[in-house]
Design a protein around this ligand. Structure first.
Ligand code: DO4
Ligand code: MG
Length: 275
């Protein structure tokens, strides 16, 4: 079952049929502990939509915060060590990769987040920018994983690499986050065979493509959630990005007009243009 937030309200997709949930907000739904069960029941009493327009989809976020885990794939550890080698920061990333406590940082709010079809941004003062395609957990107020979406943790690698203390500036700015297209509502784990793929088109040809299997994710999603919830309250629920395992070559930087497509098969494709 998938949940979409659209310009006309929330919509549930089940067995290729779309059901509208009139008057029910994304905040109401994401604050529930029983989202999968609630939606199963709700669609049995909801009208079937005659037409579902992909163009009507908006980011599935309102009052939720977006947090992100980092250095959760071996490939990310290597990339971070490389970009920070001149600043002597490489050792931190090596240590956090194998430490018991994961790296978790604040990433975004709804105002900085775009949905599928929206425009992500690169910072005006950055000259090495990349998308980071990440499986994103949808977490209830009590810390239950109630669904999955696709996240793009847009990042300024030069700013992050200059000094690890610049991480918030490299990660948190207007248009630095994309989420969507919708939420795969499920409280079970995704299979280890799940693939995340990234394609970046420039002038109608593929400039970069890559993929990574979820089997390469070093941290258990439930453990990441457990650390996030320690001494934190999320009354509206929250999103937790699980880190990137796909890193374009160091010669690559995003440019205005690039189209970024991130696919995670059971969830869908998150597609954004760079403003
Ligand atoms: O440590 C910096 C951030 C790393 C990150 O965002 C990732 O690995 O996805
Ligand atoms: Mg990331």
């Amino acid at each position: 079952m998938k949940l979409y937030r659209t310009v006309a309200g929330c919509v549930v997709e089940e067995n290729n049929q779309y059901y509208s949930l009139p008057g029910i907000s994304i905040d109401f739904l994401l604050a529930r502990e029983d989202l999968p069960e609630y939606l199963s029941e709700a669609i049995s009493q909801s009208p079937v939509l005659a037409e579902f327009r992909v163009a009507d989809i908006t980011a599935p976020i309102s009052h939720q915060e977006v947090w992100a885990a980092g250095v959760t794939y071996y490939r990310s550890r290597g990339a971070r060590m490389e970009e920070s080698k001149d600043a002597g920061g490489g050792d931190f990333y090596d240590r956090v990769y194998s430490a018991e406590r994961p790296e978790i940082f604040f990433k975004s709010t709804a105002s900085r987040t775009v949905g599928s079809g929206g425009k992500v941004r690169i910072r005006a003062d950055a000259h090495w920018s990349v998308p980071e395609p990440e499986l994103t957990l949808v977490v209830s107020p009590k810390g239950r994983i109630v669904g999955y979406t696709i996240g793009n943790d847009m990042s300024s690698r030069d700013i992050e690499g200059e000094n690890p203390l610049y991480l918030p500036q490299a990660k948190v700015y207007s248009g630095s986050c994309a989420l969507g297209p919708g939420i795969l509502v499920s409280d079970g784990p995704l299979p280890n065979s799940t693939e995340i793929t990234l394609e970046i088109d420039r002038s109608d040809r593929v400039e970069f493509s890559g993929s990574i299997g979820l089997s390469e994710l070093k941290r258990d999603p439930k453990t990441l959630v457990e650390y996030l919830m320690r001494d934190n309250l999320f009354p509206s629920g929250c999103f937790l990005m699980t880190g990137t395992g796909i890193v374009p070559p160091s010669s690559f930087t995003l440019a205005s007009g690039d189209r970024i497509r991130i696919t995670i098969e059971p969830i869908g494709t998150l597609e954004n243009e760079v403003a």
